[in-house]
Ligand binder design. Structure first.
Ligand SMILES: NC(=O)c1ccc[n+]([C@@H]2O[C@H](COP(=O)([O-])OP(=O)(O)OC[C@H]3O[C@@H](n4cnc5c(N)ncnc54)[C@H](OP(=O)(O)O)[C@@H]3O)[C@@H](O)[C@H]2O)c1
Length: 331
């Protein structure tokens, strides 16, 4: 192979950003495995791209290496997570595949907290004479794999709460009418968010009031079918899995990313249990006046207790509606 152009730190950040973007194509479908993105780059050109496939296999690195073929020899592989080092009956380790492919350098976003890998992938690559850089784009990689990391560290899903409100914080009129508060663009965005979650949850009150379908109604996303969870102390309804508490919902097997779509009772129950990690607040430029509040009791001891809990990480216009995204501040 010919001369390889030296790679600068800026290039590393750029390629890693692209690998992290790719990783999001699998988000919501790779549990119990993380959604990883990988790129093989040679002489400034991308020769392989991969992201974790549904149910977690094949891994992103395996897909990218297969695409690159023989050209991978001497190239750089970017991956948002440390390549796996543990043998599985579902395929060879990515570490072994990378060594075999003759990759010269591996750039890693995050070290894998899974105890079966946790640094061993890096050690094996280095022992094989491969140059390894870690921590490139680590914050973005962390955000891209929130579900997997939450499962690893806290034993539960990463939980997003979606609220669609009027300017005066109502989620429905007092007779329960709530369709629609937000416009088409905001609702389409909500569908993209659904596609990025393994499961969607509503409370029994919302099921009775709205009979929501909770499917993904967007072109190109028709094959996405998040699991449907119903928060109720009662029994299940056909097509829904009943969960008796927010804790049970968040611990549900196969769910790394959970989206709570309301209503007020369900949203308050999750906030009361401090199980909301991310808040999607769609706000329409309308006033409803007398109507249903977005939230009931969320267990606040004082106003001081309410401050410092939420950090805004994004804000944008969707048609005439505003979307604000907040993350729970945790120590
Ligand atoms: N604008 C929006 O974003 C939006 C979104 C969704 C809904 N909505 C509106 O919100 C209204 C419904 O809200 P809602 O507050 O009446 O109902 P809800 O939150 O959908 O459901 C309340 C039910 O959830 C279950 N529940 C609540 N906390 C629980 C806990 N800790 N453990 C176990 N189960 C629990 C209970 O079911 P059981 O009684 O069966 O035990 C409770 O009756 C509707 O008008 C709907 O149109 C608006």
């Amino acid at each position: 192979m010919g001369h390889l152009t030296p790679i600068s730190k800026d290039d590393d950040a750029r390629w890693m950003g692209a690998a992290i973007s790719l990783s999001q194509r699998g988000r919501g479908r790779t549990a119990p495995n993380p959604c990883v993105g990988a790129m093989v780059v040679r002489d400034g050109s991308v020769i392989g791209r991969g992201w974790t496939r549904p149910h977690g296999r094949p891994h992103a690195e395996a897909v990218a290496l297969e695409q690159a073929g023989d050209a991978a020899r001497g190239a750089t592989l970017y991956t948002s997570l440390e390549p796996c080092a543990h043998v599985s009956p579902r395929g060879p380790t990515c570490t072994a595949s990378i060594i075999e492919a003759g990759i010269a350098r591996v750039v890693i976003g995050l070290r894998d907290p899974d105890p079966r890998t946790d640094g061993q992938g890096i050690a094996m690559l280095e022992a094989a004479g491969i140059a390894v850089s870690t921590g490139i784009g680590a914050n973005e990689a962390r955000r891209a794999m929130q579900g997997f990391l939450s499962r690893q560290h806290l034993g539960r899903a990463h939980v997003t709460l979606k609220l669609a409100t009027s300017l005066d914080g109502r989620i429905a009129r007092s007779d329960g009418e709530s369709r629609w508060i937000t416009g088409e663009a905001a609702r389409a965005h909500g569908h993209v968010e659904r596609a990025r979650h393994d499961a969607i949850l509503v409370g029994r009150g919302t099921l009775d009031a709205d009979t929501p379908r909770l499917n993904v109604r967007l072109q190109g996303f028709e094959d996405r079918a998040p699991m449907r969870l119903l928060l109720t102390r009662g029994t299940a309804t056909a097509g829904w899995t009943a969960v008796a508490s927010p804790e049970v919902a968040a611990a549900h097997p196969g769910v790394d990313h959970l989206m709570v779509e309301g209503g007020a009772g369900a949203a308050s129950a999750f906030l009361n249990a401090d199980l909301v990690d991310r808040l999607l607040l769609y706000r329409a430029p309308i006033l409803i006046g007398e109507g249903r509040a977005a939230l009931g009791d969320i267990g606040l001891a004082s106003l001081a207790d309410a401050h410092g809990r939420w950090r805004r990480v994004d804000t944008r216009m969707l048609g005439s509606d505003t979307l604000e995204v907040y993350e729970r501040v945790r120590d």
